[in-house]
Design a protein around this ligand. Structure first.
Ligand SMILES: [Zn+2]
Length: 310
């Protein structure tokens, strides 16, 4: 199995330091701190003109960043790595062209997280996921949902918001999604959503509902999407999916009767495939011209994991 994209974040989140205002104030302006920059959910990436080196996150010092920092931009504390504090700043409010003319940003581009995840090292995708999901949550949570029109106060560098009127605290949310392979004898089932590009099949998936276990969500989703009864849900691995902030929970489940009936609302087509079929699909030699999501998707990793075990 390959490494899971958007995981393997090497930074120690040091969450106990987020609420330490004195430490934060000193740390943000210190010469040691490093900052990555976002513009409208896209991280600033250093790219080599001739593609001779891998793209990488651009890290700049406070001193380089200071001319662009205003009171409206509050750095998000990512954590500590090798005794250095790491931060992310969201510069969406600045003028993009003016910002990119800054000498520190030569050969840099804002690239969307999905595209850059294909070519950057996996540890960096974990850092991008942490910052991106937090920034999106911050942008969407401006007012208290109880007190009309009351602006929330940002706490802990952006990991918490508080209503100054009623005291309600808000925390960044993570939406759990189950993604699973129903398995029968030597086959696993893949499905096709109507919105998928032609020929693409993937694992079944759906949001976990309030008051539901992962196992119950897997069994319910399989039943809803393809009408199969399943049991023995087996957890495999998870993937943070920062679009905007899901946690994909990869599972398999056993099926006793393989006769399925797709729910037209959600799934257009489903198919049982054995290891041989999947091997052909992976090398682009499927007779039915079926293909599966790329390695950055947990669905791909689930399929590979199932093939290795069968
Ligand atoms: Zn309130």
């Amino acid at each position: 199995m390959n490494s899971i994209t958007f995981s393997h974040n090497p930074i120690d989140r040091a969450s106990q330091l987020r609420s330490n205002k004195e430490w934060q104030q000193e740390s943000i302006t210190s010469e040691k701190s490093l900052f990555m920059i976002f513009f409208e959910d896209r991280p600033l990436i250093k790219v080599s003109k001739d593609h001779s080196t891998k793209p990488e996150i651009l890290w700049v010092s406070y001193q380089q960043l200071a001319p662009l920092l205003t009171n409206d931009v509050s750095p998000l504390f990512l954590g500590i790595k090798d005794d250095l504090p790491y931060y992310a700043v969201d510069f969406s409010i600045l003028d993009l062209d003016q910002m990119l003319s800054h000498p520190s940003f030569a050969n840099c581009k804002f690239i969307d997280a999905r595209s850059i995840a294909l070519s950057i090292d996996v540890a960096s995708t974990g850092i991008i996921a942490q910052a991106k999901s937090n920034f999106e949550w911050n942008k969407k949570n401006i007012y208290c949902s109880i007190c009309p029109g009351v602006k929330l106060e940002t706490k802990d560098t952006g990991y918490k918001k508080c209503c100054p009127q009623c005291g309600t605290e808000y925390f960044p949310r993570v939406d759990p999604v189950v993604i699973m392979l129903p398995c029968f004898e030597d086959k696993c089932l893949l499905g096709r959503q109507k919105a998928f590009p032609p020929g693409m099949f993937s694992a079944l998936a759906g949001f976990v509902e309030p008051g539901e276990t992962i196992e119950e969500a897997v069994i319910r989703e399989i039943h809803e999407e393809v009408g199969l009864e399943s049991r023995d849900v087996n957890y495999k691995f998870t993937q943070p999916w920062p679009f905007p902030s899901s946690l994909m929970i990869g599972c398999t489940a056993l099926v006793d009767n393989p006769k399925f009936k797709v729910d037209d609302e959600e799934i257009e087509e489903a198919i049982w495939l054995n290891k041989e079929d999947l091997t052909k699909i992976l090398v682009g030699k499927s007779e039915k011209r079926i293909w599966i999501p790329p390695p950055m998707a947990i669905a791909h990793q689930l399929i590979i994991n199932w093939m290795e075990a069968n």
